[in-house]
Design a protein around this ligand. Structure first.
Ligand code: SF4
Length: 690
């Protein structure tokens, strides 16, 4: 028997991007462990990826190309050869492109975070074709935009510093489920005497383990941050020297937050005045004493109408109290802009002959149902889906399904498994998993460049995404040299060597070592240097003004809430959020039996008073509905959900639910204030016994 250990990287949409050690025996991966030497992974993986061999060698892996033989959505397919699959796709795409290539739409997201198997060869292919561009907004664009208006780029506190903080605000996230290695640092901080405060409408696993939990109404985080700023300024819990040197627009901010009294904030957020004042005093008081205070804000806060503004407001806080002076102070939303990614080389936008239209992935339901017109461009005639499962994850699913079911739509899906989306494909192509291909990763939660070596040969006839688009490019007659580059050649272009932030990126060496930290200062903004137009942390933003936004921190009310839409709330009085279930990662892993068994079945957490009013008891099957649709779940009556809120941990594959539906039946295609992102947690529903 030959045994080897291969260095790999977790590819999933998680900030932790763990370093993996894969044990391979006679060409078969038998174990996946966390690398004990990688400082953030520290030898620990989440339950999902600890079972990675179960996913890789799953009996349902797609192992050969298939064409549809049943109705769309029925999931009946028959095996075909690669030649037949590729010839069919090339001929259909050529035909459509001859009329207007913009009628072809790529649809992809973070099914893998790899820079090679994500958007490299695929982007080159669609650019050369002249297909519509895709605005990849489904997860992070609202918060990202709000953060960048304030701080300048998605750069923040290094996760490896959090254990030295004395106060940590965990705002809009449940790191035990979705940012485990941050949570390990937060726990270490707690052991060293730090206070942890969770800010989340739901008492998540994480909130239960913090010293304090502030359960505000969904979509009101921006108001809480405004209230904190009001108290910090009123009580002079400020770092005046930092404000003077490194911020822009303080006087106008002071005027703006004057109206956000603790009483007004408490009413808006559905919490007490004491909570507002107490939080600001904890934060400003600790900073005043010279203690490092840190915020881990996560994407949960920005899945609402005012999500961009909420993150912008929260990102103002560290500069007010001078928290950036400490390596363990400041805020982290994402570390992604710390990486000097070379997207132009990877994706080759220069292959575009002219600028095509852009389709927003968050409104794919509406857009698939639109006819062509001069404003929209041509009706969508073909979709190529890779690294995504839109039938399960895109908002307002009834419309998404109606669109995918169009008989005149030609749909290709690259996948590992027969997902809800693959059921609607005309052609399904088997893609390799992370253990079967090469990739290189930046991350959005730590500061290491990461390499992924192929541990085993592709299973069955599966091929890497890159190879699939290479073969398609050849059939389309695209002969630019970039379509012949190998995966290693692509990976070697991932980071700019000349950028001062890269420590001499060398792909061969990274492949051997597995990971390498960027050479960046421990405290990124201790001495200012914000990458904003003014070079300062911008409380006032000319860029926002130019974009037609309020240039100062503000409150943008939810599209759907009791306060903002009382008429709708009469019919649908309960707010619903659908954060990640611990054993799933978006819609990945739902088909792994052991993980699905742990989750059980689709649940809805509901406050005892709300349940009692409706005659609902723990364990009842209930129907959750609004004008957009409905789905069925089993109720857990619990005060983890605050009154007026129901929580459906997600994202279930529809085919594993009793009624063939999931929480996206009721979510909407209304967008956020910034970043054109979906508002998954800005939803009113009613609940009744099923
Ligand atoms: S999903 Fe996240 S925590 Fe789990 S192994 Fe991957 S990167 Fe690590």
């Amino acid at each position: 028997m030959t045994t080897s250990i291969v260095r790999a990287t977790c590819p999933h949409d998680c900030p932790d991007t763990c370093a993996l050690l894969v044990t391979v025996e006679d060409g078969v991966a038998v174990q996946v462990k966390g690398d004990p030497d990688h400082p953030t992974t520290a030898g620990v993986l989440c339950t999902k990826v600890s079972k990675y061999t179960e996913r890789t060698y799953h009996k349902d892996r797609l192992l050969h190309p298939m064409k549809r033989v049943g109705r769309k959505g029925e999931g009946r397919f028959e095996r075909i050869s690669w030649d037949e699959a590729l010839d069919t796709i090339a001929s259909r795409l050529k035909n459509i492109a001859a009329r207007d290539p913009q009628a072809i739409v790529p649809y992809s997201y973070a099914g893998t975070m790899g820079l090679v198997q994500g958007e490299s060869m695929a982007a080159r292919f669609f650019h050369k074709l002249g297909a519509s561009l895709l605005d990849r907004t489904i997860c992070a664009s609202a918060g990202g935009e709000g953060y960048k208006y304030t701080v300048g780029a998605k750069i923040g506190t290094d996760v490896e510093q959090f254990q030295n903080a004395k106060l940590i605000l965990i705002w809009g996230g449940n790191p035990i489920a979705s940012n485990l290695h941050f949570w390990m640092r937060a726990q270490e901080a707690k052991r060293r005497g730090a206070k942890l405060i969770a800010i989340d409408p739901y008492r998540s696993l994480t909130a239960e383990k913090c010293h304090q939990h502030i359960a505000l109404l969904p979509g009101t985080d921006a108001a809480l941050a405004l209230g904190m700023m009001h108290v910090l300024i009123a009580e002079e819990l400020l770092d005046k020297d930092y404000i003077e040197q490194f911020t822009f627009g303080f006087d106008r901010l002071k005027e703006r937050v004057a109206e956000w009294t603790p009483r007004k904030v408490a009413e808006t957020c559905g919490i007490s005045e004491e909570e507002v004042v107490g939080l600001a005093r904890e934060y400003g008081g600790a900073a005043k004493r010279g203690d490092p205070v840190a915020i881990r804000v996560n994407y949960g806060v920005q899945r609402v109408h005012g999500g961009g503004m909420a993150v912008r407001n929260i990102a103002c806080l560290p500069a007010l109290v001078g928290a950036w002076r400490h390596a363990a102070g400041g805020i982290q939303l994402s570390s992604s802009d710390t990486f000097p990614k070379n997207q132009r080389s990877l994706q080759r936008p220069d292959l575009l002959e002219k600028q095509p239209r852009t389709i927003n992935m968050s409104t794919i339901g509406d857009d698939l149902l639109r006819d062509g017109d001069p404003a929209f461009g041509p009706r969508i005639e073909a979709l190529v889906v890779y690294n995504s499962n839109p039938v399960a994850v895109a908002p307002e699913s009834p419309k998404v399904v109606q669109g995918f079911a169009r008989e005149d739509l030609f749909t290709v899906v690259l996948e590992h498994f027969q997902t809800d989306t693959a059921d609607y494909a005309d052609i399904v192509l088997p893609a390799t998993t992370q253990l079967e291909h090469v990739d290189v990763h930046s991350t959005y939660g730590h500061l290491y460049m990461m390499a992924n070596n192929a541990a085993v040969a592709p299973l069955g006839e599966a091929k890497p995404n890159t190879e699939i688009f290479r073969l398609l490019a050849a059939r389309m007659g695209f002969d630019d040299p970039c379509f012949r580059e190998s995966d290693d050649e692509i990976a070697s272009q991932a980071f700019k060597r000349t950028d001062v932030r890269a420590v001499h990126f060398d792909w061969d060496s990274l492949k051997r070592k597995g990971w390498q930290k960027l050479n960046v200062p421990d405290a990124p903004f201790a001495h200012g240097g914000f990458p904003t137009p003014s070079g300062k942390c911008e409380f006032y933003s000319e860029q926002m003004k130019a974009a037609g936004l309020d240039p100062l921190p503000a409150y943008v009310a939810p599209h759907e809430s009791v306060a903002s839409n009382p008429v709708l709330a009469k019919k649908y009085p309960l707010a619903m959020i659908s954060p990640p279930a611990r054993n799933f990662l978006n819609s990945s892993f739902v088909n792994v039996q052991s993980l699905r068994d742990t989750e059980g079945e689709p649940h809805l957490d509901m406050h005892p008073s709300d349940a009692h009013e409706r005659g609902i008891e723990d364990g009842d099957a209930v129907r959750i509905f609004n004008d957009r649709g409905s789905f069925v779940a089993k109720v857990r009556v619990t005060d983890k959900a605050r009154r007026g809120l129901v929580v459906g941990l997600s994202i279930w594959w529809k085919k594993f639910a009793a009624d063939g539906k999931n929480a996206n039946e009721v979510t909407s295609q209304q967008l956020t204030d910034m970043g054109k992102a979906p508002t998954f947690y800005d939803v009113l529903v009613q609940v009744e016994k099923a």
